[in-house]
Design a binder for this molecule. Structure first.
Ligand code: MSP
Length: 503
């Protein structure tokens, strides 16, 4: 099965922030999970470089748009390894191959009769790069997202006949119940659709920083159409000697934030249909992370959380784990450094890190690092039955927090098992040798299977644990408790996975 997942592409008008990190991490978890399942996986991310938001920021900073984009795209690219995020390709919308393909596809939309020349009169937000329709506007003609005053635009543009796709989009929503998740986002998209679609500007004559319109060189494409097409164009040139379009299109999941829902759930499928292409299979809308005070993160409030501050202090695994555990994925929620520190010590260091270290240390000490006995405790095994299927079902529904919680309940169960069985007492009693074998084999197998399941969330720590257990395989077929059939495994002790912070 092929699995093609994307993040939205980031505007290069500012610095990468926690919102970008959040989306990249969530997408990376799903990509790693599908790779584990041996799905033919492709994970795309990148930068959105054209249009007003970038041109304005470049000008304000005294740069040409291209120089500005080059400078900032590097920062977005450099963030990814700091987060343990491993995409298969990083697209920049200023790539010449992207631009060429945008022209090809939109020329097809034109040739298919979905483009006409008209005059746009209405409200426009330069920060969103969005032409707002009347019911999207706050009192005083302000942007509902940026709260700034909108500008009244009056310009001659080419329009895309979005209205022609009303019934096709209704059918798409009806036929594909999973098209937009979670349900709240789906309702919002359906409400927008029910309001009746109006045609939208496809080109702009006022800007030069964009992809030139092939049938009229005095226009560039409106940045949103250029940007949305990245998901399609990237496949044609991500690999030097292969066009991956057939292999991966249509996309399985576009991961986006709630502020860009209309573009992805309405404009995007309509544009693809207009070009004779298949719409994506799914769009998942994650929530917004807020400051610890529950307010919108902002420089002036000083309530932001910088992803690199977290990774420097606690590591990439800790940031990944924290973000997906602290806030139900798909909802908004507050985050802050104190909460990171709490989960780091209570959950990563104590629950998982200690469990792994203790298991390895006890096998080293009581069995000279050898767990040749594979007989595990049937009662404990029963509590793990079906866990891989439960976790993959949660992840298929993009319930990252729910899947992680299922795993964590078993991490806690194994800690209770240690306390119940007291292997250190069994070790003192020769008559209990067989029982100790079973307890140690059960712990080895429990930690191993949980580490395979946790691998997409905390890849660095789990890889260390699995190597130390003598079972480095992260394949999902090895995720069930009891699948490790090798007759012997030699373990190695490891230093603390999540060390205490120096006082
Ligand atoms: N360039 C457009 C997307 C084009 S996709 C064809 C864009 N870029 S952005 O840089 O402004 O936002 C990138 C992503 O970050 C969006 O999905 C947005 O919702 C998300 N987030 C921005 N702030 C966020 C939080 N505070 N919390 C979580 N995600 C947020 O929009």
């Amino acid at each position: 099965m092929s699995f093609y997942i994307t993040t939205s592409i980031s505007y290069v008008n500012g610095q990468p922030h926690l919102g970008h990190a959040y989306e990249a991490i969530a997408t990376d978890v799903l990509a790693r999970h599908h790779r584990q399942r041996s799905d033919d996986t492709f994970f795309l991310t990148g930068t959105d470089e054209h249009g007003e938001p970038v041109a304005d920021a470049a000008k304000a900073n005294g740069y040409e748009p291209r120089e500005w984009a080059d400078l900032n795209a590097e920062k977005f690219k450099a963030l990814l390894p700091e987060l343990g995020v491993e995409p298969d390709f990083f697209i920049r919308t200023s790539d010449p191959q992207h631009e060429q393909k945008v022209q090809d596809v939109l020329q097809r939309v034109y040739d298919n009769g979905y483009v006409y020349k008209g005059t746009y009169t209405g409200w426009y937000c330069p920060r969103c790069a969005d032409f707002k329709v009347e019911n999207e506007i706050l009192e005083g003609n302000r942007c509902p997202i940026h709260e700034i005053e909108l500008t009244k635009e009056n310009e001659e543009n080419y329009f895309f006949k979005l209205s022609a796709f009303q019934s096709q989009l209704e059918a798409l929503f009806a036929e594909n119940q999973g098209f937009v998740g979670p349900p709240r986002a789906r309702n919002e998209a359906e409400a927008f659709l029910a309001g009746g679609l109006q045609d939208v500007s496809l080109t702009r004559a006022k800007l030069t920083w964009g992809v030139q319109v092939p049938w009229d060189h005095s226009h560039v494409f409106y940045v949103w159409f250029d940007a949305l097409l990245n998901y399609y164009t990237a496949l044609s040139y991500a690999r030097a000697n292969a066009d991956l379009t057939e292999r991966y299109w249509p996309a399985s999941v576009h991961m986006i934030g709630k502020d860009i829902l209309k573009f992805h759930t309405i404009y995007w499928p309509a544009l693809l249909l207009a070009a004779g292409l298949e719409p994506p299979k799914g769009v998942f809308v994650h929530g917004f992370l807020q400051g610890a005070d529950g307010r919108k993160m902002s420089k002036s409030l000083g309530n932001g959380l910088d992803p690199l501050d977290v990774t420097e202090r606690f590591g990439a695994d800790a940031l990944r784990f924290f973000l997906l555990r602290e806030v139900q994925f798909g909802s908004d929620g507050p985050v802050g450094m104190d909460a990171v520190a709490n989960r780091y010590s209570a959950e990563l260091a104590n629950d998982y890190g200690n469990l792994a270290s203790r298991t390895l240390a006890m096998i080293a000490r009581y069995r000279d690092s050898d767990v040749s006995s594979r007989a595990t405790d049937p009662e404990l095994a029963a509590e793990f039955t079906g866990l891989p299927a439960t976790v993959s079902a949660a992840l298929d529904a993009v319930d990252l927090t729910g899947g992680l919680d299922q795993i964590w309940q078993r991490v806690r169960r194994l800690n209770r098992y240690v306390e119940e069985q007291r292997p250190w007492e069994l070790a003192r009693d020769e008559a209990a040798a067989a029982r100790l074998d079973t307890v140690l084999a059960s712990l080895h197998e429990g930690v191993r299977s949980l580490s395979v399941l946790l691998y997409p969330f905390i890849p660095a720590a789990t890889a260390k644990v699995l190597a130390a257990l003598g079972t480095p395989d992260t394949d999902y077929s090895a995720a069930a408790f009891g699948t490790h059939a090798a007759a012997t495994a030699r373990v190695e002790k490891i230093p603390p996975l999540f060390p205490k912070e120096p006082d």
